[in-house]
Ligand binder design. Structure first.
Ligand code: FAD
Length: 189
């Protein structure tokens, strides 16, 4: 199934290679068609129950809750989906934002270490490294109180965003957001 790089065993290929391969299978007509559109099946019925329980416990739970499927008996239907948001709160290296006293780390933050395609595993690393930095920085900030948390600034910032969003929502004419979303999805795919 994985065509881009020969890996042994192939299921250890990186996530973006696996997802691109999955898309190729679908586009070339080797997928299944369900009520929500095309999908693929992940087959683990050949593994013994103990291995599924020990190593694939999370996946098993997801298959049971979302598809009502017991992976010990039936293949799991899967489709590509977004599973990560490149954060958008711009921060410096210590998690500081443009609002003094407000810090961000993890998926909500954009410290710009992932560029356009986050590599597998780096998210947990990011939350640990920058979570710790934010903790130290925020604690220092609280202790030294260099600039007190500025409610006025936060309120003004929130009001600016509110006005920006209201302006976007009340515009007439132009492109529909759903059209833009579809174009964006196609371009990204
Ligand atoms: C299926 C899947 C597999 C993944 N696998 C990996 C992997 O193998 N390796 C890896 O590095 N990364 C992986 N990731 C990504 C990684 O898990 C996440 O990026 C990471 O957990 C984000 O941590 P976070 O603390 O920034 O955000 P989250 O873990 O999303 O924490 C945010 C918290 O804020 C809470 N919250 C939200 N809104 C509010 C509110 N208004 N008030 C109070 N609380 C609120 C939420 O309930 C949540 O507890 C995976 C993600 C998914 C979905």
């Amino acid at each position: 199934m994985v065509r881009y790089v020969k890996m042994d065993p192939p299921e250890l290929a990186p996530r973006d290679i696996v997802t691109r391969s999955m898309m190729t299978e679908i586009e070339e007509g080797r997928g299944f068609v369900g009520p929500w559109g095309p999908y693929l099946n992940v087959e683990v019925t050949h593994l013994n129950a103990r291995i599924i329980e020990e190593r694939l416990g999370g996946s098993r739970e997801l298959a049971q809750s979302f598809a009502e499927i017991d992976p010990e008996r039936k293949p799991i239907p899967v489709i590509l989906a977004q599973h990560y948001s490149m954060g958008w709160i711009s921060t410096g290296n210590e998690g500081e934002t443009c609002v003094p006293g407000v810090f961000a780390a993890g998926e909500s933050a954009c410290v710009s270490i992932h560029v356009a395609n986050r590599l597998g595993g780096n998210s947990i690393l990011e939350t640990l490294v920058f979570g710790r930095r934010v903790r130290i920085n925020a604690e220092r900030y609280g202790r030294e109180a260099v600039t007190p948390v500025n409610d006025v600034l936060i309120t003004r910032e929130a009001a600016d965003w509110e006005a920006f969003i209201e302006d976007m929502c009340s515009r007439e004419g132009g492109k529909e957001t759903c059209t833009l979303e579809t174009e964006l999805q196609k371009t990204m795919e």
